[in-house]
Design a protein around this ligand. Structure first.
Ligand code: 5GP
Length: 245
């Protein structure tokens, strides 16, 4: 791998570094976490390592199933090499079961199964609490073309099918997830991460959350839930108290 050069971006959960190869970047997964648009902050010890391994598993699966994405390979415990995409500045949330902000907005009880997957777009802007957008907002603001939005929606639906099937095979319900996309050499790639930070995973039997909601709502056993997801996916029993650098 070419050497890391400088820091490109720093978020609470990840840092992104440039490398000598301008087409590639290195993602460093942190233990830090935020919730409620940055209002609640904390640290989940070992999360960076666990999410790096979960993302390796998820992106490898998505590549095998033909979903173009930014992942190249895992580099070490906390870092992965990715294609350096230009991030499209809105997120896509796919929901199978009402929870979180949808349940609040629509007034549905948490856990209500939706008759079809709900797809939402949100502006990537924490100060504006990631405003909800529709396709006409996206084209009016020149965030993406209609054709790009159509492709992004199709890819998001496919990701939902693949992840739902994968998780159901290990006794976990995929409630919802949020993803980002990027442009790379004329292509649209799935980017960012797919992990318990960005998905709602409920145990299929107990309906207990195995994701960041444990931190958001002070449910306890946060690290244990992340380890459980990794273990069920890969058989890996990571036991690490390594602090981040
Ligand atoms: P909600 O809008 O219901 O709070 O969250 C919808 C989905 O987006 C959940 O799976 C949640 O974990 C995920 N999510 C919430 N905030 C963020 C964020 O800042 N980044 C990413 N990638 N996902 C998030």
């Amino acid at each position: 791998m070419s050497e890391i050069t400088n820091l490109i971006a720093e978020g609470r959960a990840k840092r992104l570094y440039a490398t000598e190869n301008e087409d590639e970047a290195v993602v460093y997964y942190r233990d830090e976490t935020v919730a409620f648009h940055g209002l609640k902050r904390g640290r989940i010890i070992g999360k960076g390592e666990i999410n790096n391994l979960i993302c390796e598993y998820m992106f490898t699966l998505l590549t095998e199933k033909g979903v173009p994405n930014h992942f190249i390979r895992r580099v070490d415990n906390r870092c992965s090499l990715v294609k350096r995409v230009e991030i499209i500045p809105f997120t896509v949330t796919v929901r199978n079961i009402a929870a979180g902000s949808l349940a609040r907005r629509i007034g549905l009880p948490d856990g209500t199964r939706l008759r079809n997957p709900v797809i939402e777009f949100n502006l990537k802007n924490e100060e504006l609490e990631d405003s909800l957008l529709n396709v006409t907002h996206i084209t009016a603001l020149n965030l993406a073309t209609t054709a790009e939005v159509r492709q992004i929606e199709m890819m998001s639906r496919r990701v939902n099918e693949i992840l739902s099937e994968c998780m159901s095979g290990i006794g976990i319900e995929l409630i919802d997830f949020k993803v980002e996309f990027g442009r790379y050499k004329g292509e649209i790639l799935l980017a960012d991460e797919v992990s318990p930070d960005t998905c709602r995973f409920w145990d299929a039997n107990t309906h207990e959350p195995l994701d960041l909601d444990r931190f958001r709502h002070d449910l306890g056993d946060v690290e244990e839930a992340y380890r459980e997801v990794l273990h069920r996916l890969t058989g890996n029993v990571l036991r690490s108290n390594e602090e981040e650098a």
